[in-house]
Design a protein around this ligand. Structure first.
Ligand code: ATP
Ligand code: MG
Length: 485
């Protein structure tokens, strides 16, 4: 990796300012005018160079969080571990981060005096974790040290790995070069410099963009061990961009994939949504299966996928993701319970069927099936209980579609879970070819009666409130609600 970056002048790259959001441009210029480095970084640069629309625009600078706050009135500092600035505009938030370093902690003698560290800590992370500027920081001065250090208190390390090499804490300020090196993949570490419109490349990212390669920065084994979620990100970027994972990165991923089980289950829940809700979920799924990562993240579902369904391979997860991709690509927002419901509904239904056969009453059997699914999955992916309850309602409501006489359909149509249930009916009928007539009946019924827009049912009039039938207020105990933990 280069100490000196390659600089691609404006005439040597295709990134045009006109594609950057006006708010991000405002922030970039304001930081520059305040005398700071001001770079567009991360996925924004990568996507613009590829001619894709970025999901968001992230900015990096040498300005410290409290300096950023002084420059922007519409700024809020967030983050416990590492303070980030959010610049709020009415329809957009631009994230500004101070350059960071992944460098090992300096020797205690070389480190700043505790008093100085604490003065910066107060600025950088009042919630107890400290964050201090690196000694070779370029750009503006560090905040002045406090006049005296009254009590020498042991300072928590700013960069900390556990004995397995996993990063526990990583909150050191750094130089632009250090900031590039601590990023995950070469194509994610390019900087667009607003001062001269050049692209700054410390890691060979431009070359990899041209070659279509996802290559981890540094030693793949070290970097994947430091943060196993990077393996999942490698798959996401490869699928999203239609790139290959570079050979060494790929073999390290195969070797270390089991470490993904060590990642926090809450973080994995967030990551799973990025994997499957960005429009290329089916491709992501295929690559997760091929690399064996799917089995680490969803061990029970993976084992189930390896069994047959009446002599045929199971296709429902892949088909669900194709369905979700089609929705996302037409601009529809899919909620997490819908994603998980479509992906894993058949798995839960089979469990439910087995339990019901063993003599349990249907609703209790469903509650238990959902609870079991959640208990299996939560050690790896912290699916919230409310998501599980929504899946349970979606499955339970499938039975209501059979009742097409009298007032019952109208009451069902007005229930809050109707839209989700109908989406599930549409998907499962498409998948199995069954219940097609029922689906058509309901589509027609929705068209003539709906007071809420139902996806897939086409445009419909929304009758005014007064013309809707009066709601009957009846409190009913919902049996079994508490079984799902
Ligand atoms: P997306 O299009 O999904 O937003 P992105 O590349 O911008 O992709 P983010 O999660 O928004 O991804 O992260 C922004 C940048 O921060 C990345 O491009 C990368 O440089 C860096 N980054 C994010 N996560 C990690 C990580 N786990 N390890 C190292 N660097 C990371
Ligand atoms: Mg991003």
């Amino acid at each position: 990796m280069n100490e000196q970056p390659a600089i691609f002048r404006r005439s040597e790259h295709s990134l045009s300012r006109s594609w950057i959001s006006p708010n991000a441009l405002r922030v970039l210029y304001r930081l520059k005018e305040s005398g700071h480095y001001s770079y567009l970084v991360g996925g924004g640069v990568r996507d613009l160079l590829l001619g894709r629309e970025p999901k968001d625009f992230d900015i990096a600078t040498d300005a410290r969080p409290n300096e950023i706050k002084k420059i922007f009135r519409n700024c809020r500092l967030i983050g416990r571990r590492f303070r980030l600035a959010h610049i709020h505009f009415h329809d957009e938030i631009i994230e500004v981060a101070t350059f960071r370093s992944n460098a090992p902690e300096p020797e205690p003698e070389a480190a700043m005096p505790a008093s100085s560290a604490e003065s910066v800590a107060a600025e950088a992370a009042p919630e107890a974790e400290t964050s201090v500027p690196s000694t070779d920081m370029q750009g503006p001065e560090s905040p002045p040290p406090a006049p005296e250090a009254p009590v020498e208190r042991p300072r928590p390390p700013r960069h900390l790995k556990n004995e397995d090499g996993m990063i526990l804490r990583d909150n050191l300020f750094g130089t632009p070069g250090e900031d590039a090196l601590r990023r995950d993949f070469t194509v994610n570490a390019l900087f667009y410099n607003i001062a001269d419109f050049s692209v700054i490349d410390y890691v060979g990212g431009m070359d990899d963009l041209k070659k279509g390669l996802i290559r981890i920065i540094g030693d793949p084994r070290v970097r994947f061990t430091e943060d196993p979620v990077r393996m999942v990100r490698a798959v996401r970027f490869a699928a999203m961009l239609g790139f290959e994972i570079e050979d060494e990165t790929y073999s390290a991923l195969l070797e270390l994939r089991d470490k993904v089980a060590l990642a926090s289950n809450a973080r994995m829940y967030e990551e799973i949504q990025k994997l499957f809700l960005l429009g290329e979920g089916e491709k992501v799924f295929q690559l997760l299966r091929k690399t064996g990562l799917f089995g680490v993240i969803f061990p029970h579902i993976d084992a189930w996928l390896n069994t047959e369904d009446k002599g045929y391979p199971r296709t429902s997860v892949g088909k669900a993701l194709e369905w979700v991709d089609a929705c996302v690509q037409t601009g529809r927002k899919i909620q997490p319970h819908m994603l998980f419901g479509l992906m894993f509904g058949q798995y839960v239904e089979e469990k439910w069927g087995r339990l019901a056969k063993s003599g349990m009453i249907p609703l209790e059997a469903l509650d238990l099936a959902v609870a079991e699914f959640l208990a299996e999955q939560v050690p790896r992916v912290q699916i919230p209980r409310k998501v599980a309850l929504a899946i349970r309602d979606m499955l339970w409501n499938q039975g209501r579609f059979e009742k097409t006489r009298g007032k019952t359909p109208l009451y069902f149509l007005r229930r809050p879970g109707f839209q989700d249930a109908f989406e599930y009916l549409r998907f499962t009928s498409e998948l199995s070819g069954e219940r097609m007539e029922l689906r058509m009946w309901w589509k027609e019924f929705i068209r003539t009666n709906a007071s809420i827009p139902v996806p897939g049912a086409g445009p419909q009039a929304i009758p005014p409130r007064e013309s809707r039938p009066p709601r009957r207020r009846r409190r009913r105990k919902r049996p079994g609600r508490d079984i799902v933990k």
